[in-house]
Ligand binder design. Structure first.
Ligand SMILES: Cc1ncc(COP(=O)(O)O)c(C=O)c1O
Length: 400
């Protein structure tokens, strides 16, 4: 059983079995297409190494990172069979590092193609790569004009073994958006210029747009980590991240007393305030000031006042006194207060809530079949009130 440190100000529980279950759900939707995984940004804040190992155990072999450094950090933890694909491609002059660290670049521009070709010439062998084409994001990848240039002079790709052509969807979570079909058409058109290369278009939401969008390889990220893939529909993904913050102290305040910076909240009655050791330095966004709710032993407590750097304050007037001791853990992200719900209150997206998760949290990986402990074992011995409460777990779609 992994002990939750009494001195940790907050505990982030990461359910690796839920990541695996989410991967399986996405893979089943894909049919014959292969399911990769976006593990960039430290697997959306949840820990690239542990998440990638769990996904590898589930059969994932294509791992997408953004930066070369992320790929280099991940490489020693994954077996040879795992392909690490760097979506930003090579920083100028760092091409040889891709060979040294067994990473595959995405080639996004003609200069990146030329540099990769130069390395292939030096190495006197064909080097693998994925080519990205821009179909509507105007962010990364070759433009239609640049693809035409490649068609005119196909020697520009000599020495490059293009395994896949990829592109990225701008509006995939909005299924009714006509841009999805426009990008699909453009992708189909432009990829013809890379005969023999496989296709990769779908992120999480793209998988839910249907088989036309699947091609050969999907690159889901957010849905693996529990974020809802389709706007306005029940979330079929399992929640992965649970956050608990610790009460530092409580106090009673009279009516008409302000709380926090800027005195933005004022009590309307005699109130009890609990101060919790999570703040904006931990990724609890300041835009969550005076909104949102926490749960203490299942009882709702509104967040009041501004989010400080290291603390938030809760109105716990309605919470049983016995549950308000210093050191008690308060549920901040839970099955009843999901990443997507919190994001909506903060005026952002679940992606930003996850990737902001703080470095000060004690991280507690649950259900890690690749390590000694299992959730079943933890649950069986769960007599300590500092252990995580399984009642708060569940599918977001069911309990949200
Ligand atoms: C090029 C690319 N592919 C795949 C993904 C994964 O997308 P999602 O997290 O929406 O599944 C991203 C994420 O931003 C991306 O930029």
């Amino acid at each position: 059983m992994q002990h939750i440190e009494a001195r940790a100000g907050a505990v982030l529980h990461i359910d690796l079995q839920a990541v695996r279950d989410n991967y399986r759900l996405l893979r089943n939707r894909l049919g014959t297409a292969v399911c990769g995984a976006a593990v960039k940004a430290d697997a959306y804040g949840l820990g690239a190494e542990r998440v990638a190992l769990a996904l590898y155990a589930e059969g994932c072999r294509h791992f997408f990172v953004a930066h070369l450094e992320e790929g280099i950090a991940l490489r020693p933890h994954l077996q040879q069979a795992a392909q690490i694909i760097v979506m930003h491609g090579s920083p100028v002059g760092c091409e040889a590092d891709f060979l040294a660290y067994q990473c595959t670049p995405v080639l996004n521009s003609l200069p990146q193609i030329r540099a990769w070709q130069r390395l292939a010439q030096q190495e006197q062998r064909a080097l693998p790569a994925i080519v990205q084409i821009d179909t509507g994001m105007a962010r990364m990848g070759l433009s239609a004009a640049e693809v035409a240039q490649l068609k005119q002079d196909s020697s520009m790709l000599d020495g490059i073994a293009v395994s896949h052509v990829m592109s990225h969807l701008a509006c995939a979570e909005d299924q009714a958006n006509p841009m999805n079909r426009q990008q699909l058409d453009q992708f189909r058109l432009l990829r013809q210029l890379f005969p023999g290369a496989k296709g990769s278009l779908a992120n999480s939401s793209g998988i839910f747009l249907g088989p036309d969008f699947h091609f050969d390889l999907a690159r889901p990220g957010a849905a693996l980590y529990g974020v809802a893939p389709v706007a306005g529909q029940a979330n079929p993904m399992k929640a992965v991240a649970y956050l608990q913050g610790r009460i530092i102290q409580t106090r009673e305040i009279p009516a008409n007393t302000s709380v926090g910076y800027g005195a933005t909240w004022r009590s309307t009655r005699v109130s009890r305030i609990a101060t919790v050791a999570v703040g904006y330095a931990d990724g609890w966004l300041r835009s969550l000031s005076n909104c949102g709710v926490a749960h203490i032993a299942g009882q709702a407590a509104p967040m009041v006042g501004k989010v400080s750097m290291d603390t938030i304050t809760l109105d716990v007037t309605g919470v049983a006194e016995a549950d308000l001791y210093p050191g008690a853990l308060v549920d901040l992200i839970s099955a009843t207060n999901t990443v997507d719900q919190i994001a909506e209150k903060a005026g952002t997206i679940g992606y930003e809530i996850l990737t902001s998760l703080g470095a000060r949290y004690q991280r507690h990986y649950m259900n890690d079949a690749t390590a000694a402990g299992t959730w079943a074992g933890q649950a069986a011995g769960n007599t300590n009130q500092e252990e995580f409460t399984p009642a708060l777990m569940g599918s977001q779609g069911v309990s949200a």
